[in-house]
Design a protein around this ligand. Structure first.
Ligand code: PGA
Length: 251
């Protein structure tokens, strides 16, 4: 896959069934000839109908926010990649910091989930990012680099080529504090260098790396204009059609 611009909305645990589908329709109707691919990560209950709504529009895809690493079995409450794939969704967010923190998802589990997503023919959006404490210690670049190494660098070049990365500093998620465009660029440039060391310059150049953490209409344009920022993973600001459409049109 070659590098692409993506505006992804991560709804988290928001929107009931009808409100969610209404939002999908509003986004679809408001997205016109955008430069960026739009990805909507809805709760699992919306996946099938959301995918049906956008099925005739190549510019919009649906994502799950999580999956189980096993193909099937006695895992009450969990959802497999094959189930997600059967709804028409095309992406799966893996390793969001909320899953790492509240559901104890570690690098080894996230590597397994990434494998499952790729084996199922879907695209992982692999999240990484440091806490404020780690940033203040000055170890943030090494820390996030290690998350990539542990979660992704076991992949073959063919599989790595299918992965989308989202850098989301935890201190910027839902806090209203955005990483400055320079901070996002610095990290994402370093990550691309790491990818180049592992998979080669061409692969690094082809990798899509999103920024996430308090992206809003007012800051999207400047963030997305950084050379190593290929778009955003947007939480709170993706829950209202007008604001998210403004972000989509920031490219
Ligand atoms: P936020 O969330 O935009 O509300 O900060 C981003 C995310 O967690 O993906």
């Amino acid at each position: 896959m070659s590098r692409q611009l993506i505006a992804a909305g991560n709804w988290k645990m928001n929107k009931n069934y009808s409100d969610g589908l209404q939002l999908v329709k509003e986004i679809k109707n408001g997205t016109k000839d955008g430069k960026a691919k739009v990805v909507l990560a809805t709760p699992a209950i919306h996946l099938k109908e959301a995918a049906a709504i956008v099925a005739d529009d190549d510019a919009i895809s649906i994502a799950a926010q999580n999956c189980h690493q096993a193909t099937s079995g006695a895992y009450t409450g969990e959802i497999s990649v094959e189930m997600i794939q059967s709804t028409g969704a095309e992406y799966v967010i893996i390793g969001h910091s909320e899953r790492r923190a509240y559901f104890n998802e570690d690098d080894a589990l996230l590597a397994a989930k990434t494998n499952a997503v790729l084996a199922g023919g879907l695209t992982p959006i692999f999240c990484c990012g440091e806490s404020l404490e780690i940033r203040e210690s000055g170890e943030h670049i090494a820390f996030v680099g290690e998350q990539l190494e542990n979660g992704l660098f076991h992949l073959s070049p063919e599989d790595f080529d299918k992965v989308v990365i989202a850098y989301e500093p935890i201190w910027a998620i839902g806090t209203g504090v955005t990483a400055s465009p320079a901070q996002a660029q610095e990290m994402q440039h370093e990550l691309r260098k790491l990818i180049a060391n592992k998979y080669g310059a061409e692969a690094a150049d082809a990798t899509t790396i999103l920024y996430g953490g308090s992206v809003k209409p007012a800051n999207a344009k400047e963030l997305f204009s950084q050379p190593d920022v290929d778009g955003g993973l947007v939480g709170g600001a993706s829950l209202k059609a007008d604001g998210f459409l403004e972000i989509i049109n920031s490219f």
